[in-house]
Design a protein around this ligand. Structure first.
Ligand code: DAH
Length: 382
């Protein structure tokens, strides 16, 4: 074994020369200073302090030096590595602080912004009013019944005792549904009833369905959408709503009808309200009547009293509601109900009209457009 090489000079080892160590350190310090973000700094750290970094490789050379030279070289390399690590740490802290400051700005939540950007809507007053009417009857033991909007002509007219080709079919301005199987002449076919279907012109066909589906006694209230070929304007709409009532039982009379109507207007418009009946004609009731209710604003006091005119009833004292009557025995027979044993009463009226005078809505179009500025003032009632 040869003696240690005392004359070995560490500066002779290229990588351990002081200026070489200083260069490696300065290079590392420059790279650290140049790292623009934490990711870049991570790469710089690997390149300048990792196992294969110039300073780490230089460190390894120390082992090959003679003992007396080791301390000197070790100190030099150690100092350089210390400076690099310190600079890394300082830059790391600097970049983290920068990142935190940026995130605070970029991801800031402005808690002062309004949170309710999507305003709550409101239920349509047509819906709430027709539900309120249903409730009045449900409380009396009536059942809610519904039928289809695209209805068989038989239910809409025939079973209700409208004779074939009776002008009433046209009077009701019916939307006839064109038949899918009408074959030749389909192009020019104006409807003509070839499909046997119509958009129901009233809710009265639900009376028929209810009698066919049930055994008497029958007590039903039937709300629903109805259709007629009217242009949409301030006083007409082709799509509107009705509520129909039907009672079939033993011994029912016009007095029961009148009492039921009076109860309804009291429940909807307050104590002291009443109705009156005027003779009229409907094919499905006999006798038939037009029903009016007392004007709930002036209670009739505007009649003959020019000092107190009433806008709601035009000083008539009464407001027209709809039609009513005793179910025509022919209708009972068409539905399989024995007219010798049972009698019935019925009435029907439009919801839009009631809404108009109940809430002073002046334009029908306001009710169909679905504008929340119209519905919201009616509130959120359920
Ligand atoms: N269905 C009739 C219409 O729309 C209204 C009506 C009249 C309904 C008399 C009835 C009734 O139930 O008995 O014009």
């Amino acid at each position: 074994m040869s003696a240690p090489n005392k004359s070995y000079d560490p500066v002779e080892v290229e990588a351990l020369k002081p200026e070489e160590i200083a260069r490696m350190r300065d290079e590392a310090l420059a790279a650290i200073a140049a790292a623009g973000d934490l990711e870049a700094l991570r790469e710089v750290k690997v390149g300048h302090t990792g196992d294969r970094s110039p300073l780490a490789l230089a460190n390894r050379e120390i082992g090959a030096l003679p003992p007396h030279a080791k301390a000197d070289a070790g100190k030099r390399v150690g100092q350089a590595r210390g400076q690099v690590n310190q600079a890394l740490k300082a830059r790391q802290e600097e970049l983290e602080a920068e990142r935190d400051a940026r995130v605070l700005v970029e991801e800031a939540v402005d808690v002062t912004l309004p949170y309710d950007r999507i305003p709550a809507g409101a239920r349509h007053p047509i819906t709430t009013l027709s539900e309120r009417i249903e409730d009045v009857f449900v409380a009396m033991g009536y059942e809610v019944a519904e039928g289809p909007e695209v209805e068989a002509e038989w239910f809409n007219f025939d079973a209700l005792n409208f004779p074939p080709d009776h002008p009433a079919r046209e009077m009701q301005d019916t939307f006839f549904v064109r038949g899918a199987r009408s074959g030749e002449g389909d192009e020019g076919d104006e409807g003509g009833g070839s499909s046997g279907l119509v958009l129901r012109t009233h809710t009265s066909p639900v009376q028929i369905r209810s009698m066919i589906d049930r055994e008497p006694p029958i007590y039903v209230v039937c709300p629903g959408r109805t259709f007629r070929t009217d242009e949409l304007d301030a006083t007409h709409t082709p799509v509107f709503h009705q509520v129909e009532l039907l009672a079939v039982d033993e011994g029912l009379t016009m007095a029961d009808l009148k009492g039921t109507l009076d109860h309804m207007v009291r429940a909807l418009f307050g104590e002291g309200m009443s109705t009156r009946l005027r003779p009229n004609f409907f094919p499905f009731t006999e006798p038939s009547a037009e029903m009016d209710m007392l004007c709930y604003v002036c209670r009739g006091e505007s009649v003959g009293n020019p000092d107190r005119p009433c806008r709601t009833c035009s000083s008539e004292g009464w407001i027209e509601l709809g039609g009513c009557g005793m179910v025509n025995p022919r209708v009972l027979v068409a539905c399989g109900v024995d007219p010798e044993k049972y009698s019935g009463f019925a009435f029907g009226f439009g919801i839009e009209r009631m809404l108009m005078f109940r809430h002073n809505v002046e334009d029908m179009r306001d009710m169909v457009e679905g504008d929340v500025r119209f519905t919201r003032p009616f509130g959120m009632e359920i």
